[in-house]
Design a binder for this molecule. Structure first.
Ligand code: SF4
Ligand code: SF4
Length: 554
């Protein structure tokens, strides 16, 4: 195996024996083979589109498969094997469509050459393990080509995740799906560095489109998030804990648990669900339990009730865990031994009755803490406060905004983010999204003229809100360049969606981003230099020096 897609990769080089995340070699190899088969589908998909007969039947499958390979998403080898089998039969179908369309258009059979991803097929899954060994990341020998290809694929994983969430709510955009195919197919071609770099930039543009689409899907379906005080204590009823990002799942779970005497709590990235009007109306949505994803081994124990993982991040259970028999997965998530809730039927809902029955047999959650955290500062809410914010900037009450979005993670060095939050001057405001917020959203950082000093826009995809807020401020202050705003970017990354957000920011022309706690291992020295030259990306440094630089606009 070789995997270097997340920030915790071994020695910041690559996991080669077993993932630091716990991913076994077999799972990693199956994920590589799945990506290889998606490239096969995409090669034909791109060709069909060029012939003017775009095929849309594989869009959802490609997105869900890419999503399933995101760190801490799916641990179930049987699911990956089934996905590879499905990918191969989809490839054979789209190949036939292409060959027929080609002949019809050109009057003769296709006689061009095709990459291995478009020609390899197998009926017998027992050959998958062997094949998987020769299709991984390291098959691209040139370090810089490999780096640009993997940067693109890693960015695509986040785009696919956001696109899948939007599709679940009925929002689709062909341009996004076309690009995903074009980009997957591109990694099988001999392209110049300039061509590959252009594709990476186009991934940034597509990431903005995917986040905008998801924002539209979420706000159309559930209303605009507004300022909310979220309870972090517990009630007296048995509860169900829901984690991940899928808002349709929490909607259906809240409906199905109404008047059952079972309470619902969010965990990790599901916290922002509390900010939506459509969910706030449920009295049995009690609040948020615990912290970010990596605390789950302890927090799922003390929750006592069933836990539903709707997307990543699910971490491997400890051997002596007590919650495997109350762990439920759904969507792209999988874990051997957990109960998987099947997809909703067309025009129907998912059936959460097994989860609800399990909750009835459980004790209420054990209290971890009491109090509230405040959030709900997505674009609509912040723009409603625009006059107040602009006034505070003009009067000098707010000197600087610091965007600290992205992910949390286990490494000790992430205390940097708590220290930055604690030590930023009192006339600065933190704009956040994603689970990075758990490093500072329970600190008493106060407010500036009624504006809290930590403004949480929501999930990592809600970084889009932060972009809209920046655009609005640029307009209000009559600035030409987004980089002239009093905003610094200090992004914490862990997994692939944060890379997608980073590419979106680069596409929008944001310069001088600090990225930490380490620079991605998948960036070769040449690619890092290119990013430094073009975008002035920099690693994080010492807390005090970074704060001084950010406050000075550097
Ligand atoms: S996801 Fe991260 S920790 Fe897991 S195998 Fe890949 S690089 Fe290693
Ligand atoms: S921000 Fe990233 S790391 Fe954190 S829970 Fe969301 S997806 Fe996982």
């Amino acid at each position: 195996m070789f995997c270097y897609q997340c920030q915790e990769t071994a020695k910041n080089t690559g996991c080669a024996i077993k993932g630091v995340c716990g991913k076994p070699e077999e799972t990693s190899n199956l994920q590589d083979l799945l990506i290889f088969t998606l490239k096969g589908i995409s090669i034909y998909g791109e060709k069909l589109k060029k012939l003017g007969s775009a095929d849309r039947t594989n869009d959802d499958f490609i997105n869900q498969s890419l999503f399933a390979t995101i760190t801490n998403g799916n641990w179930d080898n049987a699911r990956f094997t089934a996905m590879i089998q499905e990918a191969l039969s989809r490839m054979n179908r789209i190949k036939s469509k292409f060959l027929a369309a080609y002949k019809e258009k050109n009057g003769h059979d296709f006689d061009g050459s095709l990459p291995g991803a478009a020609t390899w097929t197998a009926d017998d899954p027992t050959v998958f393990a062997e094949k998987a060994k020769c299709v991984g990341v390291l098959t691209t020998k040139n370090e810089d080509v490999r780096s640009l290809r993997e940067l693109l694929i890693i960015g695509l994983k986040g785009i696919a995740a956001y696109t899948d969430h939007a599709a679940i709510l009925g929002f689709q955009k062909d341009e996004i799906n076309d690009f995903i195919m074009e980009a997957l197919a591109s990694t099988t071609k001999d392209l110049s560095v300039d061509e590959m770099t252009a594709l990476v930039m186009k991934a940034g543009e597509t990431a903005v489109a995917a986040m905008a689409l998801l924002d539209e899907a979420n706000t159309t379906s559930y209303g605009n998030p507004g300022i909310t005080e979220v309870n972090i204590g517990v009630g007296k009823n048995p509860g169900i804990l829901i984690s991940g990002h899928d808002l349709k799942d929490i909607e259906e779970l809240l409906k199905q648990t109404e008047d059952t005497g079972i309470d619902i709590y969010t965990h990790g990235e599901m916290l922002p669900a509390n900010y939506y009007p459509a969910f706030k109306k449920y009295d049995h949505l009690i609040g948020n339990y615990g912290g970010s994803w990596w605390h789950q081994n302890k927090e799922f124990e003390s929750f006592n009730g069933p836990v539903l993982l709707t997307t990543n991040c699910l971490v491997p259970l400890k051997k002596n865990n007590t919650y495997l028999d109350r762990l439920f997965t759904t969507g792209v998530v999988g874990y051997e031994g957990a109960v998987h809730i099947p997809d909703r039927p067309a025009d129907g809902s998912k059936d959460f009755s097994a989860l609800i029955e399990r909750a009835r047999t459980c004790l209420p959650p054990t209290e971890l803490e009491i109090g509230i955290i405040t959030g709900g500062f997505a674009h609509n809410q912040v723009l409603a406060l625009a006059d107040k914010v602009v006034e505070a900037v003009k009067s000098g009450a707010i000197k600087r905004f610091v965007v600290m979005a992205g992910c949390d993670g286990r490494q000790k060095s992430r205390s940097y983010y708590t220290d930055v939050a604690n030590n930023l001057p009192k006339d600065s405001v933190i704009l956040t999204a994603g689970c990075a917020k758990y490093r500072y959203n329970k600190l008493a950082l106060g407010d500036i003229a009624g504006i809290p000093r930590v403004l949480d826009a929501g999930q990592c995809n809600d970084s889009y809100s932060l972009v809209l807020i920046a655009m609005k401020l640029k307009e209000v202050f009559g600035l030409k360049d987004i980089n002239d705003l009093p905003i610094s970017y200090n992004i914490a990354w862990y997994e692939q969606k944060a890379v997608t957000v980073l590419l979106a920011l680069l596409f929008l022309g944001v310069k001088g981003i600090r990225l930490g706690p380490t620079l991605p291992a998948f960036l070769s020295p040449t690619v890092v230099n290119m990013l430094v030259e073009k975008f002035d990306i920099k690693p994080i440094g010492m807390v005090e020096e970074d704060i001084a630089s950010m406050m000075a606009g550097k």
